[in-house]
Design a protein around this ligand. Structure first.
Ligand SMILES: [Zn+2]
Ligand SMILES: [Zn+2]
Ligand SMILES: [Zn+2]
Length: 432
């Protein structure tokens, strides 16, 4: 029997056959492989080069085109990210540059990169509310129905075609109703009103009544058949100042009170209640809100609002208090209080509200990863639109803003949606 010899690598206790040792220079196979991996890693580290695809570029259109082009993956290349986010570059586009991007998107759609083309159009519509009236016929020809918001600027002619098509296109009816809701002009409002009064033959094939599609576009039909907006505008973004440098351009935002722990605690789970946002009623973001207190305070239990609606009423002194109308969600009593969420004491520090308003639909497509937290603007529903109803007066409550938990905690997720009923001075918070 051949005698095995020890691997020569320090600290290794493996033994190998002399034949293996001759091949590996005395190392056992695991050591040999590990050394090779290590060598490869060092080689990559020593030879990896930075590639800056944006070097010398100033035209935001050029920069966005590169951002939308997939890079070749190569371990020897480190792509230097652009100094500004994609969202910021989009926001910097002039009207002319927006059109240039729109044309580029249509070109991509024609050459079969439909997904990238649609993404670009979506950014242009949400961030700039650009009109696609001239492009929509071609989008429909390509059977691009989704996302419905792309079609909000459809011409009267297209609208009329859609009002026809919805009757006989079983396959796309869901999308068409959503598109019509986004178009939402007088003719559409009248049509939804008629459907509400006498449901069309195809209504029972839908999950919800036809007129409920309007919620997805941020409005509802009132009892009198009028259009009522379900979110306040304008929209102001809420953001955290960058920790790295601790500075922020003073012109772009002012500090705002967020996530303050209140002295009251939740009657359901015992956690201290949190004031998600407290904003002076004189702030331009609240110009279309009538609130009797000096501050609009949206308070909730950040745990329990994950399971159901949490309503708060306002005292005569302007303080929010737990509403007697709250109904504990089914299954709440099983919730493990050990897992209760409590924002860190400094979680709300260094939050700013932007000085300039942005487009109402800016934060509405959460999957695009825009800065989502906001006061005002269309909600960025993670699931279907779900506006709570005021428990006092049965009116649909209006969305007043949202807080993206990913911005609050490192591993946080989900969104808190904030609502109000002005006539009852009632607020509500939900979560998706
Ligand atoms: Zn070894
Ligand atoms: Zn609670
Ligand atoms: Zn009410």
């Amino acid at each position: 029997m051949t005698e095995r010899i020890p691997c020569i690598r320090e600290g290794c206790t493996n033994t190998i056959l002399p034949a293996t040792a001759a091949k590996t220079g005395g190392y056992c196979m695991p050591c040999k492989q590990e050394m090779e991996r290590e060598e490869r890693r060092r080689y990559i580290e020593a030879n990896r080069r930075d590639v800056n695809l944006y070097e010398g570029l100033h035209d935001p259109v050029q920069i966005l085109k590169i951002m939308h082009t997939p890079h070749v993956r190569d371990p020897l290349i480190h792509y230097v990210p652009y100094e500004r986010s994609q969202e910021q570059v989009y926001l910097s586009l002039s009207a002319e540059q927006q059109e240039e991007m729109r044309d580029y998107a249509m070109e991509l759609i024609r050459t079969d990169d439909i997904d990238t083309g649609k993404d670009i159009l979506l950014y242009l519509v949400c961030y700039h509310d650009i009109s696609l009236a001239a492009q929509i016929p071609e989008l429909l020809e390509q059977e691009i129905y989704d996302p419905a918001i792309l079609h909000k600027s459809a011409s009267a002619q297209v609208r009329d075609l859609l009002l026809q098509q919805v009757h006989n296109d079983d396959e796309n009816r869901n999308h068409i109703l959503m598109m019509l809701a986004h178009i939402g002009d007088e003719v559409v409002v009248e049509q939804f009103r008629q459907w509400k009064q006498s449901p069309p033959a195809w209504a029972d094939q839908l999950y919800v009544r036809p007129e409920q599609y309007t919620f997805e576009a941020g409005w509802e039909l009132t009892k009198d058949g009028e259009r009522r907006e379900l979110f306040i505008s304008p929209s102001y973004s809420l953001y955290k100042s960058k920790d790295e440098d601790g500075t922020i351009a003073p012109s772009s935002g002012v500090p705002i009170q967020m996530l303050q722990t209140s002295t009251g605690s939740c009657p359901w789970c015992g956690t201290a209640l949190t004031t998600l946002v407290a904003l002076d009623v004189g702030h331009p973001a609240l110009q279309n809100v009538s609130w009797q207190a000096e501050k609009l305070q949206i308070r909730t239990c950040v745990n329990c609002s994950c399971y159901g609606v949490v309503y708060m009423e306002t005292s005569s002194a302007g303080e929010p208090f737990w509403s007697a109308h709250n109904v504990m969600p089914v299954g709440m009593d099983d919730i493990d209080s050990e897992n209760s969420l409590e924002p860190a004491p400094d979680a709300g520090d260094s939050f700013y509200i932007s000085t300039e308003p942005r487009q109402a639909f800016h934060g509405s497509e959460w999957a695009m990863e825009p800065s989502l937290s906001q006061i005002g603007g269309h909600p960025g529903w993670v699931q279907d639109a779900a506006y709570p109803v005021c428990p006092c007066c049965s009116t649909t409550m209006r969305a007043v803003g949202q807080v993206d938990w990913a911005q609050i905690e490192k591993y946080g997720e989900g969104m808190y949606y904030m609502f109000l009923c002005e006539s009852c001075q009632m607020t509500a918070v939900t979560y998706q």
